[in-house]
Design a protein around this ligand. Structure first.
Ligand code: IMP
Ligand code: MG
Length: 184
């Protein structure tokens, strides 16, 4: 990724808004209701995969009505700019035993499926009461590992996207919408 040294350069990389803030808000309300229905009053532990899912987590946790705790795990993105290196690395683990929890994994995007496939295997080995996966975005055309979320808010084509927590070179996470990234 070419360096960004000004707001003008930053803005020039935002090619096109794909999903507006209003569309995201509406989809999250619906997802919150779906989660409430699945758990039917039982307490849950929302586990956000950092860093990308931190914004989604903040909104999703306020859209559920069941009692909910939150936890964080960091899976270092294996992206150098927009290119995958194919290695998944868990750099920060949960701070508690999950064997007494109904776990809901909260992810920003499923691309090749490798990250979530590894995380789900790892967390399942700790024998939670149950586990579901919610993803904001899904790029099914890029799948390498056969993995699907239980709840997926938006399916998108094979484009590199930024905003609402998703980065390119650690920038753009603060955009309130999802946009297509462009380097030219
Ligand atoms: P996967 O392991 O290939 O499914 O990739 C998941 C991770 O790759 C996500 O949690 C993101 O951090 C990153 N990623 C995949 N596609 C994009 C994208 O279009 N924009 C930003 N990050 C992405
Ligand atoms: Mg990332």
């Amino acid at each position: 990724m070419k360096e960004i040294n000004s707001t003008a350069e930053f803005k020039s990389r935002i090619k096109k808004i794909l999903i507006t803030k209003e569309e995201i808000d509406e989809a999250i309300k619906k997802a919150g209701k779906e989660i409430d229905k699945i758990y039917d009053g039982r307490p849950i532990l929302l586990v956000s995969i950092l860093k990308g899912a931190f914004v989604f987590m903040a909104d999703l946790c306020r859209a559920v009505s069941v009692p909910c705790e939150i936890g964080f795990m960091c899976a270092k993105s294996y992206y150098e700019g927009t290119v995958s290196s194919g290695v998944v690395n868990i750099t920060m683990d949960l701070d508690r035993d999950i064997s007494n929890y109904h776990v809901v994994i909260v992810e920003d995007i499923i691309d090749t499926g490798r990250t979530l496939n590894d995380i789900v295997k790892l967390l399942n080995s700790r024998e939670p009461l149950s586990m579901h996966v919610v993803t904001l975005l899904d790029k099914p055309s890029r799948r390498i590992v056969d993995f699907n979320a239980d709840i997926s808010l938006f399916t998108i084509p094979d484009l590199f996207v930024i905003g609402y927590g998703l980065d390119c070179g650690e920038l753009f996470r603060n955009l309130p919408y999802i946009a297509e990234y462009s380097e030219d």
